[in-house]
Design a protein around this ligand. Structure first.
Ligand code: NAI
Length: 355
């Protein structure tokens, strides 16, 4: 039973996060337990993942969903999209607990939000699972892998960073270290190789790293050594918290720009990177290409148009870097400021039109 004290804490937390709504759902027949956070719909429907994971408890599930939902709001706003941010998590082991009835039950709860939350697959779910959810809720993002477009946006982001660093944005001979060559990392490595970058790759899956290296003529380094490898650009494309207290003094790159989410272990690491003279492309800005692609798909536009818009990730990042330099803040602060300014302007417009 929830105590009033606990309620206050929960609402206090939502207020602090700026979240609009949280839906806790339970389906007795299938045993579904899910949390959907609709963080902000000022700019449009909240798009976000369906993550299935055996969370320790519902607080851990809520924490994950709340953090990811806010990041989606910032990402969509910074990318200039007409989308809001949200996230949903299903509590359970995908290998053991996932089945059609459970996914359909989650879909029915998503449907109660009347299109305010648009789901896409994430860890523990596949596009096939989204098609099942889509039999109960609409719209859903269930076609087309966004990873190649995420990689294309990262490539343009790297180019913008090189220009901001005084170079011409060409990649020939630029040494880029790609950490993790899965969906995003391998696509990025392919794009970099096509522009004659000097490629270094690392992956905890040694066979995958070897395969990419052979195909693209890259050098493989040990996953534990990747952050210490001397390079122009470190492109994290695996897990988060790559920049932390332990790795910070070891970094030997000029630029960090990659596909991974939550690259900084703590907000303070943004200033620490700047102090070390390392240009950091805020993760939610530089990895927004996939989200741009999903919006284009929802709008029914073709791939060529999507690609043109994804390439604008570089221009937006250049604006963020320029703003950070003008105002003496970190690139992360500048990116958050730009995203929040767009949200504030939209809210003011909404208020003016309803007055
Ligand atoms: P993925 O699972 O296909 O690839 C991740 C790769 O990293 C795998 O090959 C894995 O073996 C490797 N890896 C894991 N830990 C590692 C470590 N410590 N060192 C080196 N390699 C390691 O995932 P995907 O889809 O490529 O996503 C990569 C990152 O980009 C994730 O953080 C994801 O959240 C983020 N992202 C992905 C988007 C997409 O369009 N797929 C969009 C935005 C962000």
């Amino acid at each position: 039973m929830t105590t009033p004290e606990h309620d206050a804490t929960l609402f206090g937390r939502l207020r602090a996060d700026g979240a609009e709504q949280v839906l806790f759902s339970h389906d007795a027949r299938t045993g579904l337990r899910s949390v959907i956070v609709v963080h902000d719909t000022t700019l449009g429907p909240a798009l976000g993942g369906v993550r299935m994971h055996a969370y320790a408890d519902e607080h851990a599930a809520l924490d994950d969903a709340a953090r990811l939902a806010r990041a989606m709001t910032l990402k969509a706003s910074a990318a200039g999209l007409d989308l809001g941010g949200g996230w949903s998590v299903v509590i359970g082991d995908p290998a053991r607990d996932k089945n059609e009835e459970l996914l359909r039950a989650h879909g029915r709860f998503i449907a109660t939000l009347g299109g305010r939350f648009v789901p896409v697959n994430d860890i523990g779910t596949t596009q096939a699972d989204l098609k099942v959810i889509g039999r109960e809720a609409a719209p859903v993002c269930d076609s087309g892998d966004p990873s190649p477009m995420t990689a294309l946006g990262v490539l343009e982001g790297i180019r913008a960073c090189l220009r901001a660093d005084g170079a011409d944005g060409g990649l020939a001979g630029v040494r880029v270290c790609v950490q993790g060559v899965g969906n995003v990392g391998s696509a990025l490595a392919g794009l970099l190789a096509a522009e004659s970058a000097e490629l270094v790759v690392a992956d905890t899956d040694a066979a995958r790293a070897a395969d990419v290296a052979k195909r693209l003529g890259a050098r493989v380094v040990d996953p534990d050594a990747v952050v210490r490898t001397e390079c122009d650009v470190l492109a994290p494309c695996a897990m988060g918290a790559v920049v932390n207290d332990a790795t910070l003094p070891e970094l030997r790159c000029r630029i960090i720009a990659g596909g991974a989410n939550n690259v900084l272990a703590a907000p303070g690491h943004a200033a620490a990177l700047a102090d070390r003279g390392i240009l950091y492309a805020p993760d939610f800005c530089v990895n927004a290409g996939g989200l741009v692609f999903l919006e284009e798909q929802l709008l029914g536009h073709d791939r060529a148009r999507a690609e043109r818009r994804v390439r604008q990730v570089g221009a937006r990042l250049a604006e963020v870097i320029a703003q950070a330099r003008r105002t003496g803040v970190t690139t992360t602060e500048a990116a958050v400021d730009l995203a929040e300014a767009r949200l504030r302007a939209a809210r003011a417009r909404d208020r003016a039109s309803s007055a």
